[in-house]
Write a protein that binds this ligand. Structure first.
Ligand code: HEM
Length: 178
């Protein structure tokens, strides 16, 4: 159980913070909005989970013959659920490719995302992950108002199809805004 908690909770949380900071650096207007309204940290984390989710897919096994949309599954079939794709669904989200830190403000207003999955296996650590990520990002923005990307080189991602996260995110933590 301890190993499961460590594996399920560490890489994912690291990637949420890294993906989130990168998304904000790519959207300076959203970064400034969040910096000036720290109470948006909670909704911003929900948006980051939707926009660039650390866990891209999960798997299920059909317990009975069933049909979802136009797909038929037999009992025992494996199903791969692309949560990262579902969270960019144009039929569910307005302008899904746009990062909008107010999309979930107040929390619960907009359609749910699948960043923590759904149903019986919904992430056990979701409240902890939300607290960790919102504290980390809010504190970083407060302490480093001049936060900026410290490289012009393309960023690289971990060689994983399930986890989406950077191998590193070089930033400058200048205390004063430029
Ligand atoms: C940003 C951080 C996190 C993300 C994106 C995340 C994502 C997920 C997802 C998508 C699932 C569901 C997998 C499925 O449906 O098959 C899951 C399950 C789980 N998560 Fe997280 N997780 C995060 C943080 C954590 C933390 C901090 C912990 C524990 C301290 C944790 C513990 C677990 C456990 C134990 C499960 C399995 C639950 C079950 O199978 O019933 N997670 N997580």
């Amino acid at each position: 159980i301890c190993v499961l908690l460590l594996v399920a909770g560490m890489e994912t949380s690291i990637n949420l913070v890294g993906n989130g900071i990168l998304a904000l650096l790519d959207h300076p207007d959203q970064l400034e909005l969040l910096r000036h309204q720290p109470k948006l940290a909670g909704p911003a984390i929900e948006e980051i989970l939707r926009y660039d989710t650390p866990t891209q897919f999960t798997m299920r096994v059909a317990l009975t013959d069933t049909t979802i949309g136009d797909r038929h599954f037999h009992r025992g079939d494996g199903v791969i659920v692309l949560m990262g794709s579902a969270d960019r669904d144009t039929e569910v989200f307005t302008e899904p490719d746009r990062l909008d830190v107010t999309r979930y403000a107040p929390i619960g207003r907009s359609p749910r995302h699948l960043g923590f999955s759904l149903g019986a296996h919904y992430c056990l650590g979701a409240p902890l992950a939300r607290l960790e990520a919102s504290t980390a990002i809010r504190t970083l923005l407060q302490r480093a108002p001049g936060l900026r990307l410290a490289t012009n080189e393309p960023l690289s991602y971990q060689p994983s199809i399930i986890h989406r996260g950077l191998t590193s995110l070089p930033v400058e933590l200048t205390p004063d805004a430029a």
